[in-house]
Every structure is written in structure tokens, then in C-alpha cells.
Design a protein around this ligand. Sequence first.
Ligand SMILES: Cc1ncc(C[n+]2csc(CCOP(=O)(O)OP(=O)(O)O)c2C)c(N)n1
Length: 590
Amino acid sequence: MTASALPATCALLSGDEAIARGAFEAGVRVAAAYPGTPATEILEALVGCEGVHAEWSPNEKVALEVGIGASLAGARAIVSMKHVGLNVASDPLMTASYVGVRGGLVIVTADDPGMFSSQNEQDNRHYAPFAKVPMLEPSDSQEAKDFTIAAFELSGRFDTPVLLRITTRIAHSNSRVQLGERVEHEPTGFVSEPAKTVMVPGNARRRHELVEARTVALREYAETCPFNRIEKGDARIGIICSGVAYQYVKEVRPNAAILKLGLTWPLPKRLIRRFAKSVGKLYVVEELDPYLEEQIRAMGIEFAHKPTAPRTGELNPNAVARFLGSRKKLPPAAEGLPPRPPALCPGCGHRALLTALKRLKVFVSGDIGCYTLGVQPPLQTMDTCICMGASVSVAHGVEKATGRSDNMVAVIGDSTFVHSGITPLIDIVYNKGTSTVIILDNETTAMTGHQEHPATGKTAAREPTARLSLEDLCRIIGVPHVSVVDPYDVKQTQALIKAALDRSEPSVIIARRRCVLLDRDRVRHPYRVEAERCVGCGVCLSHGCPALADVTPKGKRKKKVQILPQLCASCGVCAAICPSGAIVKGGNDA
Ligand SMILES: Cc1ncc(C[n+]2csc(CCOP(=O)(O)OP(=O)(O)O)c2C)c(N)n1
């Protein structure tokens, strides 16, 4: 069914959009997030909704604290982030569990099995028992909306933040959703109640007891929660599942008896026992960790399968069929498509900067953003990448271990710097480090789809606001050498980096070049190769620009390069690095 054929009360929504819709209908007042695939679209869908303040916070910890504040003022609040974002927000999460809520607080964690765009594939279901907060897991967009509304109700009823856990497939798959009206929830206003909201040990001890009592109440609720349901079927096989795994099970074993869990913490133990007793062979199908499996085994229930389900990567119907011993072979989702690894765009300022670093032959303490693609050939200029902000502190650690900072730079994007690069820079200055930090300022959060951040001077709604000056910030931190350079000027960039590396004081270089995708309408003057001057050295290919095609005839050593005018962004970086001056502006060499 196409979107246009849907009745007016229905819409074809992605899981992310459905969560946003659910929050809207539930009367949410405050939505805060930091971008991160696959959660980004939740906040984006809430921007501009009447009655909702939707903001990009500088990072996930701040976003959650904003949500806590809003909830304590009696408003409903939603906070969304990708799985690793919850690590950043885990400090407030653990204590928010003690404090509870006044409005209602829903925290969306969007996990990324298969790591389509993440640095790890941690299974955030573990956060629910860890923080002792209830967790709901929708299996499609309708449930994403319904569970969001239910999450707000649970939050208020049990005085707890509620975790709504989705995965990439749920976040980005579209399905039909029945729409409802918004129900307003007027904020009550903030009232002082230190025993609930000031977590000094004396208060926290009492609140911890309440958390334990809440867990007992939630366990009881889980037994009758309408989102945990048995689907009767051929009882020779019984399958326990949740989230996207439910969809795969339905595809592979449509007639099996199923226990579909929507509330996956705490688990409905009596319901699980009842189901286990009622079926022949019992299976649990889940993605990533044996989260359900271990809890159910701990209840003394055995499964027909050994613990051999794939523990890495994304599930799919064929993997589930194999696991359940089904001979059913389903067509793979995509067959025969050529692999298309992500690449830096032609004209990307990051490539220019990384080219300068490659020529200087320095180690690069890397970070997370488009520039991480510098790890791929032919650039291969990235030596570490751990988590957001780590480039700066890792470089400092290397310096303190080796006594050298002249052979390594830290590179970090503007959004990532604001997210978590500022404190490690303070650390360098405070602890007498001498590292060189390069902020790759493309004036946006490009990797996740061009979201605004404090240094772009625009809010989530693209309204003008105070613009954080990165250079002023670095100076005020106490960095003695702060400079700004256009990375397209490869020579000057190289000279600045060289000077910074030679110094025995910390330096920050801001390599500022607006993301090319933000300026698609810019007039371009494509470059071309002058065949007479080209010596065929292939140096121009070493920076990996997709606009440069290697058209060397088979068997020839001398390189022949062609610049594709339709791709050339006229940044001039290839011309700058060409040792024979064979690349010139103007025209088409095709
Ligand atoms: C804790 C955490 N939150 C969010 C993300 C998702 N993410 C990856 S890179 C990035 C920011 C990229 O922006 P920037 O640093 O400006 O670099 P650019 O992509 O623009 O080059 C984000 C939000 C993440 N990997 N980890």
C-alpha cells in the first residue's frame, strides 16, 4: 500500500517517526537528543511540532539531564540517542532511576546490530536491569508509536524513567501506523522535594529501597502487561522473541506458538514458565547477546537449542531459519548489488587535511565523523578511533607515555569537539601536554546528516542563535597557539601543522572548510590533467578523490589519470599535490 492510499488517520512511518508521533500524541513538551544513527530522525520529526521544545543538545548526557529537568518540572519529556550515546548518558541514567519522574521520562536507545554506522554493536538491553528501569521493545512502527505512549504512562505510574529500545531495522523500516490526537499534559511546575531529587547518600539510600520495591511491582505488572502475549500455534515448537526477531520468526515459522515479549525488563516469569510448559521444543530467538536466554535459563528452563545463535551481526530470516532448523530458504534482501563502501565526497575539506597529514607522515589519533573514512586506502591516515572525543585524550596519553608529541596529531570534527573534545583539551593544558589538536570544522554534523550544533549558530529548527566560537573557546581554555586555516591550501596547512608539531606547547589548528554537500549550488570550475606535463607518477591518486579516475591502460606502469568534470568540486587539492604542475583549472579532459 502506498502512502497516498492510506486513510487520513493512517500514515506510513519509520519506527523513528512513529516514536516521534507517539511522543507528540502523548503530549510531550520537551525532546532532547544528540544525533546518532539510527536514532537521529526521532528528534528531527519532533522539530517544529506545536507545543514541543525540540533541541539538539551538545551531547547525550546533557540531553538526558535536560529531559530529567523537564520531567521534574512535571512535563513529559523524551530523550533519544544511539546505543553508544547511552554510555555517555549513563551517569545521569543510573541516578535518574532513583530520582524517578514527575512528568514522565522516556529514553530511546537505538542499537545498531551489524554496525551499519557505529563503532561497536553493544546490546543496550543490559542497561535496563543495570539501571533497574523498565524496557519496552517494539517490533514495528505501530508498536513503536503505541509503546511510546505506553512508556509515558508506565513512567508516571511507576515513578521511573522508561527505556524504549529499538534497533536499526525497526528505526528505519516503514510500516502503517494508525494516528491519534495529541493529549496535552500540562507541566505542574517545579516544586522542591529534596528527599526525592537531591541524591546525597541519606536520600539515595531511601530512594534505592523504593527502586527495589518498584522492581517488585514492575515484575508483577509484567505478568499482565498487554505487550507480552502468547500467540497460539503448533505447540510442537514454541519460540520466545521480541523486537525485530519477532518479524523474522513470523516469516520463518508462521504457525509456531510464540511468546512475544514487548516488555523485556522485568521479564514475566510466570508467563514464560506457562508458555514453556505448553510447548514441545522451546527456542529463544534474539539478536546479539543471549539477554533473554540467560535470564530464562537462570529460571531453570532449558531450550531445544544449544547456546549457538549468532552473537554478532544482524539477524535475518535466513539466519533465523538455520537456527530453528527450518529448511525454508528466503531470498536475501539484496542480491547482486556491488559493495559500495562509504567514501569522502569530492571536494571534502577533510580529505585535503588528511592529505596534508599523509604527506607529513605523522600518527593520527582519530575520532568519529566523516573524517574517520581516512582510515581507508589510499589515504590510510588514521591510527586510533575509540569513541567521540577520545582523539584528544588518546594523543595526550601517548605523549605522556612516550615523552613525544612531535609525531602525532589528534583530529576531531567540530560537532564531536563540542560533544566531548573540550574536556580532554583542558586536560592537555592543565597537565602540561604539548599535543597538536586539529579541529576539522565543516560547520555541521555531516556524518549523521547535517545537524546543527552550538558552533553552527543555528538551533535544531535552523533558527539563528548564539554561535560558539571554537577559536575563542580554545584560547580561553589556555591553548597558547590557536590558528585557523583553509585545508584546501595544502601548503599552508602542512606548514602550520609542522610548526605546531615542533613546538613544546599545545596547539590547536582549526581547519575550516564548509561541508561541500551544504554548498551544492556553488559554481565549480573543474580541473583537468594536461597530458603533455603529466609524468604518470600517480601522486594525485594518493588522496583518493572519487573525481580522479585511474584510466591507466592494462600492463602500463605510467599512470594515466582523468578528472571527471561532473564530480570535480574544484577544490584544487590534486593540483596542489601534483609534483609536475600537470593539473590545471578549466575545462574537460574527458
Ligand atoms: C556517543 C556517540 N554519539 C553519537 C554518535 C554518532 N556520530 C558519529 S560521528 C558524529 C558527529 C560527526 O560530526 P563532526 O564531528 O562534526 O564530523 P563530520 O561528520 O561533520 O565530519 C556523530 C553524531 C557516536 N558515534 N557516538
